[in-house]
Design a protein around this ligand. Structure first.
Ligand code: DOR
Ligand code: ZN
Ligand code: ZN
Length: 447
């Protein structure tokens, strides 16, 4: 018996332990993990020269754009950025042009993506115009629904709790709902007032996108989750009070999870005021006490997932004259894992935390079958990292079309060196070596 590929001279994170071993890969899956003498022969051999192999990272919050927004990012550039960052699966957000919110738009998006992707991609859908279409969208393969409460994006009236509850009921237990928690009415009232006062500066933006707007939305959605039993995943939580509400909901046994972004973990509002609109994102960067609370949540297990919220825009869009016209968002696919590995090197986090937050929990919460672990029979989605590699973030060299970053110039220690997707080497020492189309479309697994 001969397998497709044997990875040797490596360490791997397997079921909570780091072991010296080889990994045999056949037909896109992990065939065997073990010491060299007991491994099968292979058609090809790769020595990883002591690198540490982790499960491929899963980024559950990515805006890949393409279609009408391909000038910001497309499926190839976005998944090339993911592979460079050690990420083997991304979940794509639906606020596209056209918005992913129906069987037709989802079907079309999947067919545009199929030939271009280097990593695996699953798709969110916004809620469709009619509740009757929800089931068909799930059947078409959306991995989760997205509920954007800050602004009207999908077909559901976001200010009508009864309508939201009914939509949740229609989902049943089939897929989770990821929520951007900013309360639209709170935002609109405040923005209107500030515009009347001719305010268009970053401080005004911060007043509008207050912690209260986040807290109110979290409260609303927790109530709806309690009524309907639907799994709610809160995106990019940024304030200590919102985290407390989520902790309370978890203690009460509600099916609630949440995520933190690297920008809310590593940057405070001071960085925003210093760097200006390039670091503008939603929800915005907050004060140090909120940042500390996010970190505490990440390390204690209250925060289930770290996700990049990779949200690329052009530099011109980031530099609009009025803050109300600036496109919010930060590219993060190429910096998220290196930033976390740097924390591991500093002794602030363990490798086990990184794997839990960016592989195991994402796979469990979004029901990504056979991914998230280095385990026999699982998909051969792997990242080999060099924990001792030191470098500086250089946004001008990103594969993303968004070649800027609030982390530009930061010192990093710990770097993804090789990324394997379904057994194929896609990224090798910073170079993309995979062919477009070698990533897989992931469909929800519940039907
Ligand atoms: O900063 C953000 N950018 N927050 C969002 O919710 C949307 C995102 C985007 O699509 O650019
Ligand atoms: Zn969001
Ligand atoms: Zn987002």
């Amino acid at each position: 018996m001969s397998v497709d590929l044997l990875l040797k001279d490596l360490k791997a994170y397997v079921d909570g332990r780091i072991i010296e071993c080889c990994i045999a890969i056949d037909n896109g899956r992990i065939f065997k993990i073990g010491k060299e003498p007991i491994m099968p022969r292979a058609a090809s051999y790769t020595s990883l020269r002591g690198l540490l192999v982790l499960p491929g990272m899963i980024d559950v919050h990515v805006h890949l754009r393409d279609e009408g927004k391909a000038y910001k990012e497309d499926f190839y550039s976005g998944t090339a950025a993911a592979a460079t960052g050690g990420i083997t699966t991304v979940l794509d957000m639906p606020n596209n042009n056209p918005v992913t919110m129906s069987v037709e738009t989802l079907k079309n998006r999947i067919s545009v993506a199929a030939g271009k992707i280097l990593t695996n991609v699953g798709f969110y859908s916004e809620f469709p115009k009619t509740l009757d279409e929800i089931e068909a969208v799930i059947r078409e393969g959306c991995v989760a629904f997205k509920l954007f409460l800050g602004d009207q994006v999908g077909g559901l009236d976001i200010n009508d709790d009864e309508a939201v509850a009914e939509a949740f009921r229609r989902i049943g237990g089939k897929v989770p709902v990821s929520v951007h928690a900013e309360d639209n009415e709170t935002l609109e009232k405040s923005i209107k007032k500030l515009k009347e006062m001719n305010r268009n500066d970053i401080e005004a933006f911060l007043i509008a996108h207050s912690e209260e707007a986040e807290i109110k939305a979290v409260q609303r959605v927790i109530k709806i989750s309690k009524l309907t039993g639907v799994h709610v995943h809160f995106c990019h939580i940024s304030s200590s009070e919102a985290l407390e509400l989520i902790a309370e909901a978890k203690r009460a046994g509600l099916p609630v999870t949440c995520e933190a972004t690297p920008h809310h973990m590593f940057l405070s509002v001071e960085a925003l005021l210093q760097m200006g609109s390039i670091a503008l994102t939603l929800p915005p960067l907050r004060g140090k006490s909120h940042m500390d609370a996010v970190w505490l949540g990440v390390l204690s297990g209250l925060v289930d997932v770290v996700a990049s919220d990779h949200a690329p825009h052009t530099v011109e869009e980031k530099r609009a004259g009025s803050v109300w016209n600036v496109k919010a968002g930060i590219p993060g696919l190429e910096t998220t894992l290196p930033l976390l590995l740097t924390q591991v090197n500093k002794g602030f986090m363990a490798i086990a935390d990184v794997v839990r937050l960016m592989a195991e929990n994402p796979a469990r919460i979004f029901r990504l079958k056979d991914r998230g672990h280095v385990r026999k029979g699982y998909r051969a989605d792997l990242v080999a990292v060099d924990l001792s590699k030191e470098c500086r973030v250089d946004a001008s060299g990103f594969n993303s079309k968004a070649k800027y970053s609030p982390f530009d110039g930061w010192e990093i220690k710990g770097k993804p060196m090789k990324t394997f997707v379904n057994g194929y080497l896609v990224m090798d020492e910073g170079e993309i070596v995979g062919n477009p189309g070698c990533g897989e479309i992931i469909r929800g697994t519940t039907l």
